[in-house]
Design a protein around this ligand. Structure first.
Ligand code: PXP
Length: 238
């Protein structure tokens, strides 16, 4: 199973100061050294974290799968065709949301999504659709002609106890259904070092796309060393 690491949150920290550090490109390199099979970035319309410059440099230096998450809008399609990531994941996008909140409304926006999928595929770039774990949405995605799906695991990740079991079953059923339709299936959103186990055991999943929990852990496991290095620097000047 492949692991795609989303480095958006490194850019979020950088954008807090509008400076140059931490650089998501450097984080991507380290993630790859750590074994990441892919790097994901979400170029948002409001550019709140990843910038056009990041995507351009990542395209130049990422030797593994570069996955561009984006809304199915004209501006982003233009950028995708120019930058040519290894794959595009279409996601819904709302300006006021903290993160991607739900899967694509594939039924409601079928015509628009189909048009976007065809334009991107026409340039030889495979397209994945980020959808809720719903059999209906899987069937519509197949009709639309997606190459791949990413099943939204956010509800599973946020639920507890019996609710979580119910949400897990929905994810399992969805993966099975999509595989039966001949689609490649990934999963992602809200996965962390504890809740990932149940998802990993689903048969036939191609990969997982994980961001926040990995970047959060990186901040903590790297803290000791970062402070030690600053202490050493300060200690030299008496
Ligand atoms: N997959 C998609 C489509 C997403 O929008 C996101 C969040 O950017 C992720 C996966 C990663 O989610 P998380 O940061 O919660 O791991």
């Amino acid at each position: 199973m492949i692991l795609g690491v989303n480095v958006d949150h490194v850019a979020t920290i950088r954008q807090a100061r509008r400076g140059i550090e931490p650089d998501p490109v450097m984080a991507a390199t380290l993630a790859i050294l750590g074994g990441a099979d892919g790097i994901t970035v979400h170029l948002r319309e409001d550019r709140r974290h990843i910038q056009d410059r990041d995507l351009k440099i990542l395209r130049e230096c990422v030797p593994v799968e570069l996955n561009l998450e984006m809304a199915a809008i004209k501006e982003m399609i233009g950028i995708a065709l120019k930058v040519r990531p290894d794959m595009v994941t279409l996601v819904p996008e709302k300006r006021e949301e903290l993160t991607t909140e739900g899967g694509l409304a594939v039924k409601k926006q079928k015509a628009n999504i189909r048009k976007a999928v065809q334009r991107i595929q026409g340039a030889g770039i495979p397209v994945s659709l980020f959808i809720n774990p719903s059999v209906d949405d899987i069937n519509v995605s197949k009709e639309i002609g997606a190459d791949m799906l990413e099943i939204h695991t956010g509800l599973y990740a946020n639920a507890r106890g019996k609710e979580q079991e119910k949400e897990l079953l929905k994810v399992i059923r969805s993966v099975k259904e999509a595989i039966n339709l001949g689609l490649k299936v990934n999963a992602g959103h809200g996965l962390n070092y504890f809740n990932v186990k149940n998802i990993v055991s689903i048969n036939g999943l191609r990969g997982l796309y994980i961001g926040h929990s990995i970047i959060s852990r990186a901040v903590l496991v790297g803290m000791e060393r970062a402070v030690k290095e600053m202490k050493e620097l300060i200690g030299k000047v008496k």
